[in-house]
Design a binder for this molecule. Structure first.
Ligand SMILES: Nc1nc2c(ncn2[C@@H]2O[C@H](COP(=O)(O)OP(=O)(O)OP(=O)(O)O)[C@@H](O)[C@H]2O)c(=O)[nH]1
Ligand SMILES: [Zn+2]
Length: 329
């Protein structure tokens, strides 16, 4: 694909720049374009302006025309040129976009007809769900798990409000999927969650009211002072659309996704998801081409695979439940 070739070209330049940070190499006639570019990470996007963290300085940048229509998202590793002081009213330019390790997409909806990248390069998707008030939405959790698995991210379940309801039923539901689950309660310890997030780039998603903001404030008490970014949430600047990356005190990043409730599952095929089920994967070798893996009646051989003792019925049922969740609301 042309798009991929472009990315690798940018990445090659990117490597060269990293080898000579800030252009300390002696000038030569054949130096690559933007030799002085500095590397950074996009921490938020607001109306075509990108906040890029470069050497711990928040730089406001726009995209250079040479990047074409390529989208840039929170979590993207980029190279920037221009004024990198971070001073008010300065504007730098993003000239390169590095290859991404993962891509989390959001589906098109009534407010926005385009499928968009929400976050790039994240390691895990932390699905925040309350055990009560509001009740857990299993359909949404399942869809989040599909989004994570097919984006190459690890799904993690974070169950809040354990002081209001026991976690047993919900935990049992996700046990066969081997999705790690962390249970928390008002005022309770967060050690397990801290350990899970340390040195990782984690995206937090959840319905309104599940306690996601409470959690983020507990995880990052000093974020406002450390980065100046959290304070912007309080001012309402980022309340509507963009994801925002917040640095965790122990290392790593928590990426808040205000208002994100849907993911781009429209293009997720049954085989994309099957990839995340290594115990079932070989069983599909004898399925008819294009098998949707939903039932033996339709020719799927996975039931036979289970009958032969190669995988458990629970795993197959869990896989099919996730398959069906793709098309739910
Ligand atoms: N009982 C109980 N209440 C909690 C817990 N965590 C959060 N809450 C309460 O749940 C309500 C919603 O919490 P928020 O942190 O605002 O939830 P949110 O997911 O950020 O929701 P939005 O702000 O609407 O996106 C608040 O009244 C919290 O005080 C918990 O562990 N136990
Ligand atoms: Zn099949």
């Amino acid at each position: 694909m042309a798009r991929n070739r472009d990315v690798s070209r940018f990445d090659e330049d990117d490597v060269r720049v990293r080898a000579n940070p800030r252009g300390t190499r002696p000038r030569s006639k054949q130096r690559p374009a933007h030799e002085n570019a500095a590397d950074g990470m996009v921490v938020t996007v607001d109306r075509g302006r990108y906040t890029v963290l470069v050497d711990d300085i928040e730089v406001t940048a726009m995209r250079a025309r040479e990047l074409g229509r390529k989208g840039i998202a929170v979590g993207d590793r980029v190279s920037v040129v221009g004024d990198l002081t971070g001073a008010t009213d300065t504007l730098a330019r993003i000239v390169r976009l590095a290859e991404r390790s993962t891509v989390l997409r959001r589906t098109a909806d009534d407010n926005d007809p385009f499928e968009r990248v929400i976050v790039a390069n994240a390691d895990q998707l932390v699905i925040v769900a309350a055990l009560a008030d509001p009740e857990p939405s299993y359909g949404l959790i399942d869809r989040c798990i599909v989004a994570a698995l097919t984006a190459g991210m690890e799904p993690v379940l974070c169950l809040t409000k354990a002081d209001l309801a026991p976690p047993d039923d919900t935990l049992a539901r996700y046990e066969t999927l081997s999705v790690p689950a962390i249970v928390i309660r008002r005022g309770g310890p967060l050690d397990e969650l801290h350990a899970r997030l340390r040195d990782q780039m984690s995206v937090l998603v959840g319905h309104s009211g599940v306690g996601k903001s409470t959690l983020i404030n507990a995880l990052i008490p000093e974020a406002a002072r450390a980065t100046g970014i959290v304070s912007a949430i309080g001012k309402g600047r980022h309340t509507s659309s963009s994801a925002i990356a917040l640095r965790l005190p122990d290392g790593g990043w928590a990426i808040d996704t205000p208002g994100v409730r849907s993911f781009g599952l429209a293009h997720v095929t049954a085989d994309d998801l099957l990839w995340a089920f290594p115990d079932l994967e070989d069983g599909a070798n004898s399925c008819p081409p294009g098998c949707e893996h939903l039932s033996a009646d339709a020719g799927c051989r996975l039931d036979g695979w289970v009958a032969a003792g190669q995988a458990t019925a629970e795993r197959l049922a869990a896989f099919r439940r996730l398959l069906v969740s793709r098309s739910a609301d």
